[in-house]
Design a protein around this ligand. Structure first.
Ligand SMILES: [Cu+2]
Length: 99
């Protein structure tokens, strides 16, 4: 009886671990330079647009640094799409050489 419970617990932990690893494998983090943001309202509107995008898991937009740090699902989104979302807010996602 005890070993059955132990087995259940072990398989439960295994399933969880595999789930976490799989999820992490598809999560990418990217930093995109954004031009034109002047205050926290600007960064808030960029952040809002990003968070409303399917596949975006986290978006931290900083108007002082002029950049957006975005965690997204690699299977649902591309960096190009994220740049399009930023551009659609009226600000400009800057293309960086070497990326
Ligand atoms: Cu502003």
């Amino acid at each position: 009886m005890l070993s059955r419970i132990t087995n259940l617990v072990i398989s439960g932990v295994l399933v969880l671990t595999i789930g976490v690893i799989t999820a992490a494998a598809f999560t990418k983090t990217v930093t995109i330079k954004v031009e034109g943001m002047k205050c926290s309202k600007c960064s808030a509107s960029v952040s809002k647009a990003l968070k409303a995008t399917d596949g975006v898991e986290e978006a931290q937009v900083n108007s002082e640094k002029g950049e957006a740090v975005i965690k997204y699902d690699d299977q649902k989104l591309t960096e190009t799409k994220l740049r399009e979302v930023i551009n659609s807010t009226g600000f400009k996602a800057v293309e960086q050489p070497g990326q």
